[in-house]
Design a protein around this ligand. Structure first.
Ligand code: DHB
Length: 311
């Protein structure tokens, strides 16, 4: 029997597929639906300290090869997600879920993380260093100095299992520099990749989303090669204690298989989940299991990271 169970940050999951932050995760109802699907776990919408309405609509659009969005970090605020996660710790004590968060400033990020540290939350935490859509706020992870400073400060007080969500990088030197920084810290995982930031999609001579004159993060089929490159680049460079979550361009079981082949221990589904709904988890689970069965792989460790190069 083929298993797609996995481990991440010391926790076990019976399915290596889950949602990507931003999709099916804004409310408790959506999170509960992902939890009760075949997905291994869920991640919340990235939480800020307080509720945010986000950017004006339309701010998300499906397009033929993927999606474009400039949501602007709409979310219910930290307490909402933390309360729900604490509730689940009582009702589903054998499962582990993921809290995504970031502050609107470094001070707010620390305030949020201190609250999580002080709480009874015992799951995984994903610090989002790659939100591309808040006007006037550059992505943290494209500024290596700021990234290192924040991580240094965080790990002076934060002891719970923490990983980071990264934007795509596009240069080998940047992979080297970023990995050298991440290897200095006791991170449990890096999640590669967030959307390719600030693309532009045009229809009938007009942009398709309202914020930022149409500029937005690109997801879906467009981004798989970039996502796989980032997963594998960090798999090659990071110390083995830092695991990889693969996100980007997962439409089929084959795409999930390729993320795992590049080194991913968990695979997240964003645009495809938005387009297809929760049925995507079942379909991609079955497709991935069929590929593994055909190749004689019984578990994901049989092929994880085993991408072959040419001589
Ligand atoms: C938003 C988009 C992102 O890609 C992200 O990582 C966080 C927030 C947003 O626009 O809401």
């Amino acid at each position: 029997m083929v298993s797609i169970a996995t481990r991440l940050g010391g926790f076990s999951f019976d399915n290596c597929l889950m949602n990507a932050a931003g999709v099916w995760c804004m409310t408790k109802e959506e999170l509960a639906a992902v939890k009760d699907s075949v997905a291994g776990t869920f991640v919340t919408k990235t939480a800020t300290l307080d509720y945010r309405a986000g950017n004006p609509e339309p701010r998300y659009q499906n397009v033929p090869l993927g999606s474009i969005n400039s949501m602007g970090l709409p979310n219910q605020g930290l307490a909402y997600y933390l309360d729900y996660l604490l509730e689940l710790q009582e009702t589903e004590p054998n499962r582990t879920f993921v809290l995504s968060l970031v502050g609107m400033s470094p001070d707010e990020t620390h305030e949020i993380l201190r609250r999580v540290e002080a709480s009874d939350f015992n799951g995984l935490i994903e610090l989002n260093l790659s939100c591309p859509n808040v006007p006037g706020k550059p992505q943290i992870a494209y500024d290596f100095e700021t990234t290192e400073t924040i991580l240094h400060e965080v790990f002076s007080y934060f002891t719970k299992p923490l990983g980071i969500k990264l934007p795509p990088y596009f240069d080998i030197v940047h992979f080297d520099q970023a990995a050298a920084i991440f290897n200095k810290f006791p991170l449990k995982f890096v999640n590669c990749v967030n959307s390719i930031g600030n693309g532009l999609y045009i229809e009938d001579e007009q942009v398709v989303i309202k914020p930022k004159n149409g500029f937005g993060g690109i997801g879906g089929e467009y981004i798989k090669p970039t996502a796989l490159a980032n997963v594998h680049a960090f798999y090659q460079r990071l110390k083995p204690e830092i695991q990889i979550i693969g996100t980007g361009g997962v439409l089929t079981g084959r795409d999930a298989f390729e993320h795992i082949l590049c080194g991913a221990s968990m695979v997240q589904i964003g645009t495809t989940l938005q387009k297809e709904g929760l049925a995507a988890f079942e379909r991609i689970t079955e497709e991935l299991q069929a590929i593994m069965a055909e190749k004689g792989y019984e578990k994901i460790e049989d092929f994880r990271g085993k991408l072959r190069y040419m001589d």
